[in-house]
Design a protein around this ligand. Structure first.
Ligand code: SIN
Ligand code: CO
Length: 370
């Protein structure tokens, strides 16, 4: 790692190797002063995004009780109205807006600091604004999250490890845990960064007004992976491809499913599902699929680059060549063009051949290159 890389010093004294070995998907980590120059966005601007119909936003209001595990919680999905904002109490609420990296250049830029994790693994940056005592309550997420404190203070509690079997409150649409066992707690300040692995309960309460940025990851469930891939494979198969058993031997019992029968079906599934070419192509397109139709800010760049929030990844497939996956589609180009576009760098410095220029034209025509 060279000191010029955007993520240099983000993890303080911890090296990237140590982070992945000891913390990533394993245990929480707090880094004090990780980003002293954290950009702050205006709370009114954030509220403005929540009024827009194709921006995903939520308003969470707590009706506090002396025992905070018994508080009431109400959830309103955006778009919100100016009237709704005027009727809010002085404390105990928070506004959350998804994919602010597509809406605000500074938040888009912030993602450069997290490029030690592949682009396609990152989902979006959610921004939350909370008034005093506001928060989303005790909960867990199914994906990793980096919580960057942008302004004000927040008291975080880290709790138990949860799963889909952990009991949730039934009296609210907010996914609030019924129980919370505090293991660690911290008061975070602007620039502090908290990493939380999937399934670890956490509970953040604003101390005065505060703003938090959540860099969220994309982790499709095994069910989603199996369903999406098998649906794609199935759509290519004709009726002629069927269960077959040309090596059958006489049945010893009419009802018996033999080891050979199970082996037959296992081999059939393995052949269909593990074809390297199909798997690679599907995974690249699947992981770069856009999740939401969100508006994006107008990027002004000195050279053609992928637009804000455009999901892209690549995989080398031959000497110097790559398959480039962009927003769920795939194209063939030179490895250097794929690397350069995915890193948000200037492709003009490369020696581009006719095929690369065609890819640039195609991406421009699709509106992915600005
Ligand atoms: C927040 O910003 O209030 C909540 C983020 C999270 O817990 O994932
Ligand atoms: Co969370």
């Amino acid at each position: 790692m060279t000191p010029t890389e955007p993520w240099a010093n983000l993890l303080g004294d911890i090296t990237l190797e140590e982070f992945f070995r000891d913390y990533w998907q394993k245990k929480p980590l707090l880094i004090r002063g990780a980003l002293p120059d954290v950009p702050v966005i205006d709370a009114n601007e954030l509220a403005g995004y929540a009024l827009e119909k194709n921006v995903e936003s939520r308003l969470i209001v707590e009706q506090p009780k002396a025992d905070s595990l018994r508080s009431g919680w109400s959830l309103t999905h955006g778009p919100l109205t100016a009237k709704r904002f005027k009727s809010l109490p002085e404390s105990h609420w928070t506004l959350l807006v998804q994919a602010v990296n597509q809406l605000h250049p500074d938040i888009h830029e912030l993602l450069q600091r997290f490029r030690f994790i592949p682009n396609w693994r990152i989902d979006d940056v959610m921004v939350s604004y909370a008034v005093d005592k506001g928060g989303v309550g005790p909960h867990f997420d199914y994906y990793d999250v980096f919580l960057l404190q942008a302004s004000g203070k927040r008291h975080w509690r880290i709790g138990q490890t949860c799963s889909s079997a952990s009991p949730l409150r039934k009296d609210t649409d907010c996914k609030i845990l019924q129980d919370f066992t505090t293991q660690e707690e911290w008061l975070v300040e602007p620039g502090d960064l908290l990493y939380i692995p999937p399934g670890v309960a956490h509970w953040g309460i604003a101390e005065g007004e505060c703003m938090t940025y959540s860099v969220g990851f994309r982790a499709p469930s095994h069910g989603e992976i199996l369903l999406d891939y098998s649906e794609e494979i199935a759509s290519t198969l004709t009726e002629d491809r069927r269960f077959a058993d040309p090596d059958r031997t006489p049945a010893t019992q009419p009802g018996l499913i033999s080891d050979a029968d199970i082996q037959q079906v296992r081999a059939l599934l393995q052949n269909l599902l593990l074809d390297e070419k199909n798997l690679t192509s599907w995974f690249g397109r699947f992981m770069t699929q856009p999740r939401r139709e969100a508006p994006t800010f107008e990027a002004e760049t000195p050279y053609p680059m992928l637009g804000p929030g455009v999901r892209a990844a690549y995989r080398p497939y031959a000497q110097g060549e790559a398959t480039l996956y962009v927003e769920g589609g795939e194209l063939r180009c030179s490895l250097s063009l794929a690397e350069t576009l995915c890193a948000g760098q200037d492709p003009g410095k490369l020696e581009l051949d006719a095929a690369d220029i065609a890819v640039i034209d195609e991406l421009t025509a699709q509106g992915f290159l600005v």
